[in-house]
Design a binder for this molecule. Structure first.
Ligand code: GLU
Length: 427
């Protein structure tokens, strides 16, 4: 192939894992971490790639690719969600698994990090096809998971029904109902109250705390733009609207963005989205692009879609006062530098969206003990744990004069390094 052809055909994809490693390096340098521990943490412990043949409703066989990556289990069993999307690939799953190790360590949960995914558009599958795919995927990775080994959960495009099939398939294999093998289950089947809202509610708690720290007001004059209207984006938009009367001026989903400077009612928008399958064409709004949403004049920008969204170029045009990351890995390291220079406060993903895995932890504990908590207890323990982590990260950022992402990494990496040192390297 000629050089010209080659260049034309190579479209440089952003590697989420490379970005994650750059984030790790910044903290490792700051901590003067040994080269060996840095090497240890920059590798994933186990990587599984599985082919999943599924009989479709028309009788034909389709083969999907599934992944489960266990980054690290030094602090406890691996933990992390399962994503169903056409964009799922090994690089992404590795990055997401790594971020789970960091996230659980920031919050102080007794877990390591893992992530799974299947390359599929679940909206194109019937319910029966989705069930067969989920059961086949569970079966393909069954020897690697378990309530004390690796505990999956929902992530993008997966939900409590999928977790129920996952739990059932595992339970059939081991011959006993095993609630602790997966979290994010339906409440009727060992799920925890408050798990579905947990990531969004966790975002709300850290947003409230950050506003208090900075002396900003969280009220009807606070304008908010949210990228993504899935479980995380919709929950946090509704909570900010209901509890603080914030003005939600822009929201987007995979099909497009909408804008209304006078505010959008996210509860009515949710009804519209459930009826039509998208936020687009919501009455009274003007359509906007993804870039316009991210660079909108607003107080609070919440990227709650996916990784690699805030690039260097996007960061240059960002006008928000504060960014709170609902998604995992939305910001590139080069963009972080620009945001720092502009003085924009960023609450990083590994702290901001840790509410989901924190309530997963509660669900796991409840399932193992067969003793279930009320909603009030779930919410108050979530708030307590997240705010302890917030204070620790915030104070370290002030003390070390670093941004909150680096401070959060420093907290997590110190915990991991200490655990590695205490356990020693086998053999
Ligand atoms: N998928 C969620 C996350 O990225 C939750 C993971 C879990 O609960 O294990 O944090």
């Amino acid at each position: 192939m000629g050089e010209k052809m080659k260049n034309n055909s190579i479209k440089k994809e952003i590697s989420a894992y490379d970005n994650a490693m750059k984030q790790l390096k910044i903290a490792a340098d700051k901590l003067k971490l040994s080269e060996g521990i840095y090497e240890y943490l920059s590798h994933c412990a186990r990587i599984y790639i599985v082919s999943l043949p599924v009989v479709m409703d028309d009788g034909e066989i389709d083969v999907f690719t599934g992944y489960r990556v266990q980054h690290n289990d030094v602090l406890g069993p691996c933990k992390g969600g399962i994503r169903y999307a056409t964009t799922v690939n090994l690089d992404e799953v590795k990055a997401l698994a790594f971020w789970m190790s960091i996230k659980t360590a920031v919050v102080g949960l007794p877990y390591g990090g893992a992530k799974g995914g299947v390359t599929v558009d679940p909206r194109k599958l019937s319910k029966k096809e989705l069930e067969r795919l989920t059961r086949r995927y569970t079966s393909a990775i069954i020897r690697m998971i378990g309530p004390h080994k690796d505990i999956p959960a929902p992530d993008m495009n997966t939900n409590k029904q999928i977790m129920a099939w996952f739990m059932d398939t595992y339970s059939m294999d081991v011959g006993e109902t095993t609630l602790g093998v997966v979290t994010g289950k339906p409440v009727e089947l060992g799920g925890s109250l408050g798990r579905e809202e947990a990531t969004g509610r966790g975002l709300l708690y850290v947003i409230e705390k950050m506003h208090e720290k900075k002396g900003f007001k969280l009220d009807e004059n606070c304008t908010v733009a949210v990228q993504g209207f899935g479980n995380v984006g919709s929950t946090v938009a509704i909570l900010l609207y209901e509890e603080h009367n914030c003005k939600i001026i822009a929201i987007s989903d995979i099909k497009g963005g909408i804008y209304n400077p006078d505010g959008i009612d996210p509860i009515k928008l949710k009804e519209h989205e459930q009826k039509t399958g998208s936020v687009v064409n919501f009455p009274g709004t003007k359509s906007i692009t993804n870039k316009e949403l991210l660079q909108m004049e607003c107080d609070l920008l919440i990227p709650a879609a996916k990784e690699n969204q805030i690039t260097e170029e996007i960061a240059k045009g960002i006008k928000a006062k504060m960014i709170v990351e609902g998604a995992n890995g939305p910001t590139l390291t080069e963009a972080d530098k620009i945001l720092d220079k502009k003085g924009i406060n960023v609450i990083p993903d590994i702290l901001a969206n840790a509410g989901g895995v924190t309530v997963s932890y509660f669900e796991w504990v409840q399932g193992l003990e067969n003793y279930f908590w009320d909603l009030e207890r779930v919410r108050s323990e979530l708030k307590r744990i997240l705010l302890i982590a917030f204070d620790r990260v915030y104070d370290l950022a002030e003390k070390e004069k670093v941004n909150m992402r680096t401070a959060a990494y420093m907290v997590a990496v110190s915990r991991l390094a200490k655990a590695i040192e205490l356990r020693g390297i086998f053999p």
